[in-house]
Design a protein around this ligand. Sequence first.
Ligand code: SAH
Length: 348
Amino acid sequence: MSIDPSLPLAEALAAAITMAGPMSIAQFMGAANAHYYASRDPLGTEGDFVTAPEISQMFGELIGLWAADLWDRAERPPLAWVELGPGRGTLTADALRAMATAGLTPPVHFIETSPVLQAAQRTRVPDATWHRDASTLPDDVALIAVANEFFDALPIRQLVKRDTWHERLVACQDTLFLPIAGKPVPDDIVPSSLRAAPVGSILETSPDSVQVMRAIARRLTVQGGAMLAIDYGYDGPALGDTLQAVRGHAYANPFDAPGENDLTAHVDFTTLAAAAQSAGGVVWGSVAQRDLLGGLGIDSRTSALARASPARADALLADRNRLMDDMGSLFRALAVTAPHWPTPAGFA
Ligand code: SAH
């Protein structure tokens, strides 16, 4: 189904649906988010949402120290740093500072499709190399790859239970987009424990997330290295409609104003872990963000920064509490390592 790039997105999607019939949730979400991220920097208090690296420098610093420690225990191989969906580049900038104190100064590779965010990343990490996907990453060094709030932005498919399971599609009524039940799908593709779910139940999958995870894990298996993925999510399989839209720090209807809201879905870490394992990766977790950051020493880092600038002590503690309490259990972390690499810190 083709989407005319010369039209405003809502019109182009409506025209495509009129021509070819209802489209999958994945296609709607993919087109909406591609437009959304390509046309703005959504991060920060003035934008639509705030992420952990934008809350506190400690987040990126602790992840940098996590990487340097693993690299050190893996006997310091030549290494490249990769971030997927780096937003403003803040996490990598903070991590690079922390890694340098531990003697690690890797070249930086960003996987980012938004030109607006690429420009923001360039101001913080001028020497990075940009990629559209994992296929062009260096293939002759180990990789440490980090993805914070990246997988939640990738398109999901939804199945809905009626008499049997159906693919959920997006229809268009005049100017209104709305979800409907499409053609039935074979029962076999629904995990057997969930097949008998009540009418109205929704099951989500993210084929794009599986593909990205496999591609990175395959490289780790061949090249060495590790990946850290942090997102809000759950250990599946589970039922539920987690497709959500956020605009100006408030929830919106995900089918309204496509391309003008941030569309996300909760990440199924069990499926991501299986994808990594199927490509030869060794999986750690998932663990709660609170346990990861606690294990990496966020409390001593908060105290050290507060001692260095006492006027900021209250603000530092408030930031620490946002990462540990507000986000601490909703957000989870999954690590993947190359076979025979050491246990990553925070996942013991
Ligand atoms: N990691 C950052 C930004 C999270 S927002 C932070 O924590 O602040 C999601 C990021 O993923 C943005 O940089 C967005 O442009 C990028 N992104 C979304 N879909 C993408 C895709 N299909 N391929 C590459 N990057 C994508």
